[in-house]
Design a protein around this ligand. Structure first.
Ligand SMILES: [Mg+2]
Length: 169
C-alpha cells in the first residue's frame, strides 16, 4: 500500500482569491510549495489534489480551465503530482453531490486508484470542509491556517513547506 499527501488546492497550493481562480494569470503558486511537494515525493508519498470547483456548476469556467491550472502546477514542480480530483457540483446550481467536500467520495476514489493506506496519509487544507472527510476516513489532518479561524487538526501550520517539515521530521 502507498502513503499519500492529499492536498486542497486554493489557499494551499496557489493563492486563494475572493472569487475563483481559473485564469492563468490568477494562478499564483504559493511560496515554498514546489519544495514542499518535492520533499513529500522524496519521502515516498503520493500527491493527490482534492478540490471543490463549484465555479464549473455556476458556469464561471470549465473543467478545461481547472486542468490548465493543474498543468501549470505540474510544469512548475516537474510533473510529480499523481492526480487531481475536482467536484464540479454545487447544491444551489446542479446537485448536492457526494463528491464535493465535506463528503468523502473524491478521497475514496483516490484511495482505491492509488492503493492508499489512510493511516499513513495526511490531508492538508485551509477549511474545515477539507478536514471533515479526512477525519471520517482515518487520514491525519493538517490545518494550513490562513486567517483567524482555527480548526481541530493533528497539525496546524502556516504553509505547505512547514507542513512538509513537520510531517517528515
Ligand atoms: Mg482551500
Amino acid at each position: 500500500m502507498n502513503k499519500c499527501i492529499f492536498l486542497d488546492r486554493d489557499g494551499v497550493l496557489n493563492r486563494d482569491k475572493v472569487d475563483y481562480v481559473y485564469k492563468k494569470e490568477d494562478h499564483i503558486i504559493l511560496p515554498g510549495v514546489v519544495d514542499a511537494l518535492h520533499n513529500f515525493k522524496s519521502a515516498g508519498y503520493r500527491l493527490v489534489i482534492i478540490t471543490n470547483q463549484s465555479g464549473i456548476a455556476k458556469g464561471l469556467y470549465t473543467a478545461a480551465d481547472v486542468m490548465i491550472c493543474y498543468d501549470l502546477l505540474q510544469e512548475a514542480c516537474g510533473g510529480i503530482i499523481d492526480g487531481i480530483y475536482y467536484a464540479s457540483y454545487h447544491p444551489d446550481y446542479n446537485s448536492e453531490c457526494l463528491t464535493r467536500k465535506p463528503y468523502t467520495l473524491m478521497f475514496e476514489k483516490a484511495i482505491a486508484k492509488f492503493d492508499i493506506d489512510t493511516a499513513q496519509s495526511w490531508m492538508v487544507g485551509d477549511k474545515e470542509r477539507d478536514l471533515v472527510p479526512a477525519r471520517k476516513l482515518g487520514i491525519r489532518t493538517v490545518h494550513l491556517q490562513c486567517d483567524s479561524h482555527k480548526y481541530d487538526a493533528d497539525l496546524t501550520v502556516f504553509s505547505l513547506l512547514e507542513a512538509s517539515e513537520k510531517i517528515l521530521a
